[in-house]
Design a protein around this ligand. Structure first.
Ligand SMILES: NC(=O)c1ccc[n+]([C@@H]2O[C@H](COP(=O)([O-])OP(=O)(O)OC[C@H]3O[C@@H](n4cnc5c(N)ncnc54)[C@H](OP(=O)(O)O)[C@@H]3O)[C@@H](O)[C@H]2O)c1
Length: 266
């Protein structure tokens, strides 16, 4: 399978760097405006400014430019995309808008996150009506090169963009706060970083493996008059739960605004 990644920025480059590791991927052509900024190298990858040549040379087209750059790109490539499978990683742009902009294509909207760089992304995807069962197999294979996939109705996509697309930024902020907290109570920075990151991945692993409700785990480790309840009391005073819910809601509304701005311009 030959894949084009149009827009080799942060997420495009992360995805391309994982795709090239797969034996089933023959070649990956990545485009960007300034090829000198690319960190991609290797026998199976080429970085170019030429979007039309990249589309012509590929079976599957992944689009990962910013929504603001999408209109120009879509207008340019529509002459070469007919019959191809198009996977859009762009926030907020609907399957319908993409199908209208690229007639004769089979379109999938997908939302990964930056953990793709280490093969640990979770990617939600919604196929358009023309997508075949063969395409679904190919999409799930492509997504598997950079993490796990979950098929969802498109109506959830803006919310998923806000939860797991933007999620690594929230988690990074949380880890940053735990490292600062460690420093405040006398733990060296590197030790605090190791403790904070492993506590996060370990807790997530435990919850998933045991299919445990987070509240059950929290209760299990919270003993009367112990250390954990002292910490939890402060977290509840700081409305951490409400802040996280508000953050995801605000990000969902931001995604919807980008979407309606884009629809207005197509
Ligand atoms: N970053 C994430 O964690 C993440 C996660 C999920 C989804 N997304 C979605 O992915 C898209 C890209 O996000 P990003 O964070 O990766 O942005 P980014 O780092 O700015 O990457 C966008 C890339 O598009 C390239 N580009 C712009 N116009 C182009 C054109 N006409 N032809 C070829 N390349 C072009 C830019 O090239 P130059 O740099 O050379 O100018 C840039 O490298 C967005 O729609 C975002 O919603 C991002």
């Amino acid at each position: 399978m030959r894949v084009a990644v149009l827009g080799g920025g942060k997420i495009g480059e992360a995805v391309a760097s994982r795709l090239v590791l797969s034996k089933s991927i023959e070649f990956v052509t990545v485009t960007r405006r300034n090829v000198r900024k690319s960190g991609l190298k290797g026998k199976k990858v080429k970085v170019t400014v030429n979007n039309l040549a990249a589309v012509a040379a590929s079976d599957v087209i992944i689009i990962s430019v910013k929504p603001g750059d999408a209109r120009t790109l879509l207008r340019l490539i529509r002459q070469k995309t007919e019959g191809k499978l198009v996977i859009s990683l762009m926030a907020a742009i609907t399957v319908k808008s993409l199908e209208e902009a690229l007639p004769g294509t089979r379109v999938v909207r997908a939302m990964p996150n930056i953990a793709a760089l280490v093969g640990e992304a979770v990617t939600a995807y919604s196929p358009g009506a023309n997508v075949t069962e063969d395409d679904i197999r190919n999409i799930e294979f492509i997504i598997s090169t950079f993490g796990e996939s979950i098929r969802v109705p498109e109506s959830m996509m803006d919310a998923i963009t806000a939860l797991s697309g933007s999620g690594p930024a929230y988690i990074a902020l949380l880890i940053e706060a735990m490292v600062s907290a460690g420093l405040k109570v006398g733990i060296p920075r590197e030790t605090a970083f190791q403790l904070a990151t492993k506590t996060l991945t370990g807790t997530a692993g435990l919850l998933r493996e045991r299919m445990m409700h987070p509240a059950e785990l929290r209760d299990t480790v919270t003993t009367p008059a112990g250390t954990t309840i002292a910490g939890i009391y402060e977290l509840e005073k700081g409305s951490v739960r409400t802040s996280i819910m508000n953050a995801v809601e605000a990000a969902t509304l931001a995604a919807r605004k980008i979407s309606s701005d884009f629809e207005g311009r197509v």
